[in-house]
Every structure is written in structure tokens, then in C-alpha cells.
Design a protein around this ligand. Structure first.
Ligand code: 13P
Length: 251
């Protein structure tokens, strides 16, 4: 049985005071919830404080990105070792906003994945197609090439630290959620790809989150699909009660 994993990607939102308030409100709401992994991914500048604030709670802290080098003359970048150093548990890599706004390629994302694992952090690797790719019938080939590129050279041991997040780009921040059937179809495809390329045991164990306008109202049905093992939540993770309701739906 795969343990559900619900992560909140705060993107470039909240002030320091709002981050503190959000974590303060979330902790008691999810305290009793078991058999689920819960995480928040605040902006870099609030990570250290978020690690401190989540303390002994059942909430992990992850980062939204990192660089693919450990140190050096890379002005403005953050190394995975630094994230490990301040207590982060994992890093989101290959988010569609990184791919489409900042031009990240599968090759860069693969280097980041390897560097992040080497720094002893887990990874959420995001994949997903654009609306025009879906309409052209290219969803599977796009997702397949993102998996092939992003997971290149990774062994079964590496794969134990990877969660895949399927986030159809047309469903992110648009209010247009993939239907449970549409999401399940791609999740099943991802699991089949994992079985073929990384082995049956990896495919069986690997958690695949869905992301894209997940809300308390649709979480139950999405999370009820056999290959959907969690959610990567954007907008609805910025309110403690809606994020907690999504976590509750996973339990
Ligand atoms: P929304 O939940 O706001 O659609 O964002 C999804 C997402 O991109 C999470 O990484």
C-alpha cells in the first residue's frame, strides 16, 4: 500500500507573517491525521523559519527548486546541500512554471534530480502536458519524454526517493481540474512506464501525485483513483482549512 502524500506548493506567495500564521493554523488541523505524508513548500526565504515552526509536527518542509551545483559562482542560486543543511526534506523539480517560464529542460532537471538525491534529499519530479499538446493527442508522448529525460540514469535505490507529480499545465491555477478519469488514465500510463523502465517493484512503490486545481471539493474523487497517491496543491494550500480538508480526503 502506498502512503498518500499531500504537498502544498506555495509558489511565490505569502509574507513572513502569513507563512507563520498558515503553519500555525495548519498544525492543529492535521495533528491527528495518520498514514499520510504532509508537506509545505514555502518560498526559499521562509524555509528556515518554516522548518523551525513545523518542529516536531507531522508536517515536512520542501523547497520549490534548487540548482544543480553544490557551490560556486552561481549568483542567486541555491544548492541542495544548503536546503538539506536547514532541514528541508525534499525539493520539487521540473515544475511546469520552471519549464515554461524559466526554460528548464529535461537535461537540466535530470542534473538537478541527481544532485538533490546526492545531497540526501527526496524529490518530487513534475511532469505534464500543455493544452495544445493534449488537444493534439500528444499527452503520453510528452509525459514519456519528460520521464525519460528527468529520470535518466536513476537506479531502483534512487527511485525510492522520488515522487512523480502529474500536473497537466492546462489545469494549473485555471480552476479546470482534469476529471478523475483523465487523471487516472495518465497516472496509469506513468506507472506502466515505470514498470517497463525501472522495474515492477519501483512502479508498485512509487507515489504519483496529481496537481492542478485540487480543492477540497474534488480531492476525494481524484484521490480515490487507484493510481493517484496524493496531491501537489497550489492555490488551495494557501488556506489552512482547505489544505487540511484535502489532507483529510487522502486519509
Ligand atoms: P493550483 O492548485 O493552484 O492549480 O496549482 C497546482 C500546482 O502547480 C502545484 O504545483
Amino acid at each position: 500500500m502506498r502512503k498518500p502524500f499531500i504537498a502544498g506548493n506555495w509558489k511565490m506567495h505569502t509574507s513572513e507573517a502569513e507563512a507563520e500564521k498558515l503553519i500555525g493554523e495548519l498544525k492543529p488541523l492535521v495533528k491527528q491525521l495518520q498514514n499520510v505524508d504532509i508537506a509545505v513548500c514555502p518560498p526559499y526565504v521562509y524555509l528556515h523559519k518554516s522548518v523551525y515552526l513545523t518542529g516536531e509536527s507531522n508536517i515536512f518542509v520542501g523547497a520549490q527548486n534548487c540548482y544543480m551545483e553544490s557551490k560556486g559562482a552561481f549568483t542567486g542560486e541555491i544548492a541542495p546541500e544548503m536546503l538539506k543543511d536547514i532541514g528541508c526534506k525534499f525539493v520539487i523539480l521540473g515544475h511546469s512554471e520552471r519549464r515554461h517560464i524559466f526554460g528548464e529542460t529535461d537535461e537540466m532537471i535530470n542534473l538537478k534530480v541527481k544532485k538533490t538525491l546526492a545531497a540526501d534529499l527526496d524529490v518530487i519530479l513534475c511532469v505534464g502536458e500543455l493544452l495544445e499538446e493534449r488537444e493534439a493527442g500528444h499527452t503520453e508522448s510528452v509525459v514519456e519524454s519528460q520521464l525519460t529525460g528527468g529520470l535518466k540514469d536513476l537506479t531502483g535505490t534512487d527511485m525510492a526517493r522520488i515522487t512523480i507529480a502529474y500536473e497537466p499545465v492546462w489545469a494549473i491555477g485555471t480552476g479546470k481540474t482534469a476529471t478523475p478519469d483523465q487523471a487516472q488514465e495518465v497516472h496509469a500510463f506513468i506507472r506502466k512506464w515505470l514498470a517497463a523502465h525501472k522495474g515492477a517493484a519501483v512502479a508498485e512503490a512509487c507515489r504519483i501525485q496529481y496537481g492542478g486545481s485540487v480543492k477540497p471539493e474534488n480531492a476525494g474523487e481524484l484521490l480515490g483513483q487507484s493510481d493517484i497517491d496524493g496531491a501537489l496543491v497550489g492555490g488551495a494550500s494557501l488556506k489552512a482549512d482547505s489544505f487540511a480538508a484535502i489532507v483529510q480526503a487522502a486519509v
